[in-house]
Write a protein that binds this ligand. Sequence first.
Ligand code: HEM
Length: 302
Amino acid sequence: MSSLFRELLFNAIMKIAAGKRWPSDQPGDIFSPRALTDLCDYIPILRWVGYGGLEKGVISLHQKRDEFLQGLIDQTRKEVAEDGSCSTERRKTIIQKLLSLQEAEPEYYTDEIVKGIIQLMLSAGTHTTSQTMEWALSSLLNHPNVLQKARDELEKMQPGHLLNDSDLSKLPYLRCIINETLRLFPAAPTLVPHFSSEDCTIGGYEVPKGTTLLVNVWAIHRDPNVWEEPNKYKPERFEGMDEAIRLAGLTLGTLIQCFEWQRVGPEMVDLEENQEATLGKAKPLEASYKPRPSMIKTISQL
Ligand code: HEM
């Protein structure tokens, strides 16, 4: 499932940014979380020993990302120039919009800024969301009663109607499932590093100017002083709360609505975590699924 979720996210974000799918010959790993951090920033002595060529690797990845993003910008610029009728109002993708802004304010909206924005979307938005979906489905397979409850909620919709994002507000239990997934498996377990530009106090701790701060959200989300039975998977704890992530909700809801899901064997899905900047599964999820009879007609028309 992990590669399917990742593909979905790369396609979705590319569509928003550049109006097309992710190119099949382009590996997505140039935007992987591994490519975001340079360990040498945290343990400077590693720089002296060249820590397994890690820093060189980061520089080479940066060049590949830059080439890819510049290609997207150049291609969009060419398409806009060729389509003379494409007025600024009709430009729909984020790159098109940013290039319109560049025409108006070239000193600010340089290609570097445009590339930075698209790079952030691709590196911060893809693995976080796809890993959250994988954790959500893994937990559901280990808790068939929760999966059944989510299906019962979806069953209340018109037969044969395929879920769309305007339905999400009517699916409070699905929202609880996403929230519980984000609590137990926060995609950014230490947030992103924050750097204090001035002396400040955070949670009673004095933080001097120039400190890099990592917040252990993973531990806060399992703190028994904050949560009842913190290690227990219990989506009901979020009943009455509104917030949840739309694409994860829509994808998960559609998968539950359209397919019967089962673990591939009698063993529970392994929930071991990886050791990377974003919290993924150590072992990718494999699941068995078949279309639900009531949705076969709808699925076959897609
Ligand atoms: C399940 C999905 C996601 C989760 C759990 C998540 C979580 C987070 C967290 C915890 C942070 C750090 C906040 C902080 O420390 O101040 C962050 C930052 C960020 N996220 Fe997400 N994110 C998700 C999806 C996305 C998506 C889809 C995008 C964009 C397409 C995105 C773009 C960003 C950006 C640009 C930042 C940096 C913001 C800054 O510079 O302050 N994220 N995200």
